[in-house]
Every structure is written in C-alpha cells, then in structure tokens.
Write a protein that binds this ligand. Sequence first.
Ligand code: ADP
Ligand code: MG
Length: 290
Amino acid sequence: ATPTALLVGTGRGAQLGILIKGPEVLESTRRVDTVVLDKTGTVTTGRMSLIAVHPAEGEERAEVLRLAAALEHASEHPIARAIVAGAGDDLPAVEDFQNVEGLGVQGVVEGRAVVAGRERLLSDWSVHLDEELATAKKEAEQQGRTAVLVAWDGKARGVLVVADTVKPTSKEAIEGLRGLGLRPVLLTGDNEVAARAVAAEVGIDEVIAEVLPADKVDVVKRLQDEGRVVAMVGDGVNDAAALAQADLGLAMGTGTDVAIEAGDLTLVRGDLRAAVDAIRLSRRTLATIK
Ligand code: ADP
Ligand code: MG
C-alpha cells in the first residue's frame, strides 16, 4: 500500500463527512463482511418521547407517571428524559437512587420503593404483570416501542410507552450495505419484539436483542470467533467496548465522546449512509493501490 493513495482516501473521506483516525484504518475494512448496528441513536434518532401511560386497574394515571418520573429524573438515559418531559415539573425527591445498567432504575420516592424498567428488573423484585399490563406491554413492543414497567411496594402499577423514530436515511443505508455484499445485524439492549419491529422497518433480518451493555463486546467477539469480519456502528457509552473490539469501529458523530474515542472512523453527521460511503471509499482506495 502506498501511503499517498491511502491519504487521498482520507481526504475524500473528510468531504463525505467521515473522519478517519489514520490512513491505516482503511485497510481493515477490506475483509469486513458483517456490519453490527446499535439500534438506539444509530439506526433510530434516539430522541424519544412518552406517548402513552397505561395505569393498572385501580391506579391513577397521573400518579404512575409522577412517581416514575421522579425516579427517572435522576437518570440521563434518553428513555428517562422522555418520561420526565412527559410528566412536567414538581416532581418529588428520590432517595437511594440506583441505575441498573440496561434494565432500568429504582429508588425510594415519598417512602415507596419504586422501580421502572424492563420486566426482568421487576422480576428481580418478584413483581409480575397482570394480564392487562402484559397486553399493553406486548402491543407497544409490537409497534417497535419500548414499554417501561412501573412498580412500587411490590406491585405493578402501570406501563409507560416510549417511542423512538427510525432515521429517515437508515433504510437506504441498509440497502447500501447489502449492495456491498455486507450482512447487517441489529444489536440492542431493548426487547426482542421492539427490536424486530425496527429491524423490519429498515430491512434487517438478523437481530440480537436484550443484550446488557457490558455484553455487547462479547457479541462482537462471538461473531469474530465464527469467522466473520465485523464492522460495528454505534453511538453510546455502552457501545465503546464493542467499537474497539470490532475489526472496524464506526462512531456516530452525534454520539458520546466515549464512542467517538473508541471508533476508528467518525460519521460526522450521524447519517448511517456515511457508513456505506466509508466502506465503499476504502475499497476503492485500496483497489487504486493494488
Ligand atoms: P440500547 O442498547 O438500545 O441503547 P440500553 O442498554 O441503554 O439500550 O437499555 C436497554 C433497555 O433497558 C431499554 O430499552 C429499557 O427497556 C431499559 N432501560 C434502561 N435504562 C432505563 C431507564 N432509565 N428507565 C427505564 N428503562 C430503562
Ligand atoms: Mg445507542
């Protein structure tokens, strides 16, 4: 490889909105056959909004929202922000707050032990959903939405439905990746049903869901052990280790600094189509060198 040709590739990358850490990065894209995509903030905008509150029988809608929001006020997760924004001001204080990574949040609000998050988190507290709440959860997930389950004092009190939107450019980007002969895989901590709905919307059929933040890197390793050469695209703190482990790490420029630091390339505008450009560019650059 002549350094000059590689540098030309790097310059062209900048024009396309792709920042490349070093020219040698382009070389590692050559054999990539699989592209793992984080869901929230990468395939979707990550800007979430609260769209529904389903109280359990005998519970007040406003009270379910108020206690959940009080708890979420202490979290920076996009889901938490959506719930707080949907609840308005005047939230009570939280004591003993705990963020349970990839599962939800818990704490004490006005003397009640409150939990908000995935079903698994509620199960840890031996709380189970009644049929009505289970249906509300399932329906939300079938539409690609995230259901946040709320419980306090040992009983499920309601389901909050949070929606994210697929970026308008994601579908075209996935088609572009396929056009280059690459296999797209959706990777997320979100539930399987919601992840499948989003995947279907953008044309991905391989989905790995309900993966805890610390386990994303293991998914990349496992694919590599199967002989696949993996590019990973992500934006979050929880994607950083996976970005570093991947044969090629592509960070969304709109994402966290930790992710950008861990990636080999940055897609400056957060547009997934730039991932296609990056891989196409590197192949072309390398073809010129050969
Ligand atoms: P992703 O991989 O999509 O970026 P995370 O790993 O951050 O998602 O979270 C995985 C899941 O854990 C979320 O989809 C949500 O169900 C739950 N969760 C995480 N944080 C919170 C929170 N603050 N409140 C409620 N649920 C949460
Ligand atoms: Mg993300």
